[in-house]
Design a protein around this ligand. Sequence first.
Ligand code: G6P
Length: 438
Amino acid sequence: MMLKLVIIGGGSSYTPEIIEGMIDRHDQFPVTEIALVDIEKGKQKLDVISRLAKRMVKKSGKDITITASLDRRNALKNADFVTSQIRVGGLKAREKDERIPLSYGALGQETNGAGGIFKALRTIPVLLEVSKDMAELCPNAWLINFTNPAGMVTEALLKYGSHKRVIGVCNIPFNMRTGVAEILGCQTEDVEIEFIGLNHFVFGRRVLVKGVDYTSIVIERLKDPSNQYSPANIVSEGWSSTFLSSFMMLPNPYHSYYFKGAEMLEKSLKEYWENGTRAEVVQQVEEELFKKYDDKELTEKPTELEKRGGAFYSDAACNVMTSIYTNKGDIQTVNVQNNGTISDLPNDAVIETNAVMGGEGPRPISIGTLPLSIRGIIQLMKNMEELVIEAAVKGDRERLYQALVINPLVREETLAKDLMEELLDAHKEDLPQFYQQV
Ligand code: G6P
């Protein structure tokens, strides 16, 4: 039987992770073809990755065919699963998202603040095209999206896309689970975290280990700043005892940008003066990685990939695909449409939540109302995301301006206008929806 996976953005430096994930799970998820797809600009990287993928598969002895192509529509034919990991405008565009806000003294970050908003504006229209192609060419395939900002992109696809079999994934919930397992000295499989909220704005409300409530023990241990679960791109010094005892929830590493803003800004500026933006650091890491990937002797994923913040994202993606394929019915954390899971948010909002994962896709586990302590900020963040999505789809400057004004990392009306104009201009090439002739 054929089982085809298409990777959109196959030339990404993260691809060896997915290949490894597919090899490791081959007994349960016997993929027969992995089709790597990229755009003309990414051809060189795609070639390097496809050669490495072929060497990895050969070494594993698994019966998987690797193909590489620039023809997305052709590759999508007969796909069973599609993953998306694209970066519209490349790392150069990310550099602008990070540098321009910082130059105004505002936090600039790949998925947060003004930078994250502009990444969404560039990305959403491109993925809506992929969605259109999928509806036509592989209507039964599942799209597993980890293209950032994953929550907003997934919501845009589910609201405006032609293809509705879409699930968003992120490595943060996965990292938090493995981090908590380390803190408690137990196995990741035994840890369950009840996640509530939005992508990169998710909280862990309860920690269970083999069904026993460990929430207060984990909260207590998090007071020691050496107990962490931050990815490589976020340097966190931990949380105060007052904060942890009061909220009694596990924050995710991205909450530092919102609740430790002054400290994060100071750190980001220092980092920027010393090493440049994170995008520049990542470009260097990528250069080293691709040199390694091009080595004919290399037949496995090099450990250096762990210097990237998104490391282990593919575990989340591969687990989702395997559970759908095998109708496993286990619990996974995914980005899906709310549909009443959280009663304080709109039905069509995408939330990051635990879901039972089976053959028909995710079935979210009901949460009820949000805790009073975080209800408002989650509603605000979702409201901001809804404005961004509308702006991205319609090329609507009013919606964009409103999103920037209410974003907690901007929150100043004149700053919002200045950032909007400078970023729109800087990304002109990748934002055709804002420059169409009427
Ligand atoms: C985190 C996030 C990812 C993001 C990554 C950036 O782990 O969850 O969504 O892509 O960091 O990492 P980078 O190495 O590109 O800064």
